[in-house]
Design a protein. Sequence first.
Length: 373
Amino acid sequence: MDALSVVHVTEPVDGGVARCVLDYVRDQAGRGWDATVVSPPDPDFVQAVQEAGARTVALDVRPRTAGDRPGRPHPVEVSRGTRLIRTLVRERSPAVVHLHSSWAGLAGRLALRGASPTFFQPHGWSFDAVGGRLRPVARLWERNAARWATRILCVSELERARGLAAGLDARWEIVPNGVSVEAPAATAGERAAARHSLGIDGEAPVAACVGRLSPVKGQDLLVSAWPRVRDAVPAAVLVLAGDGPDRAALEAEAGEGVRFLGWPDDPRAVYDAADVVVVPSRSEGMSMTMLEAMARGRSIVSADVGGAREAIDEDAGAVVDAPDPRALAEALAARLADPGLAEREGAAARRRVETSYDVRRTAARVAELYRAV
């Protein structure tokens, strides 16, 4: 197979979008392809991209981190990005340009306007993440810009359905996010070691949430729901792993049994220590945290966002209306009070990841789509 030249453009430099870019780049570099990533010059992300085997080009915009809501794009930043992308494509003539998330989808499609094979991957629609007068503007833009994408890659059937409901006429492909399944699910010994390392009682029922502490990730809903969980399961412990702008407010509101860890060195220890992993987000494309926890064999309780319902299905946990603290509390309490239920759901979660969310398959599918166009 001939080597391809691919340019990825991303504004987010951490979280699920960044992970997705790195997974694709790692696969493409392994194929001997020439991959370049255009992103804000975040040192950690740039280093990770280079270690994955791709070149980097600095994008002069403020990086958006996981959990930030898309806002009104700054015209100067969009103009800079549009010029950079247009110049880079003219100089390198890549076989494919892959635009990740809303900002890259805006600047990249304005720059190229269909002149080069262009893949747009929303990772959650901009019109679902904004409100007020911005929402109809974002919806109108996406309808008009769809014609400039050779393919729109959605991470779930729900994401495509949201695009169709917004009036987009596009050439769709469903490519879910993926995670590594090379390591097996967590063992009982790993669970005990993880709890010891985090200072958690070995027998306590534990729920965990991993992510940036910000409104879009919904930890405020979880903290609001927690007193009801403790009423039903008095010994329950909630572990919030992450940091962000909401931390002080969440700490002020948190009641008994809530622990704040900051960012863990390895989130697997948090997943391993938990009986249930919670995804209370108000908006997601498809949560990498959810898939990583499923790969470790953990039951999931998630808000009904992104691809959660497709991933969890009927046997790997519970999907609740968002935002609904009462429903969240009931689903958590049921599993924390019944370790056998959580264990069975965790085993089902692992099987579902192995079958449908293996990163090797998802990255290979993207490579196939590149070749097809």
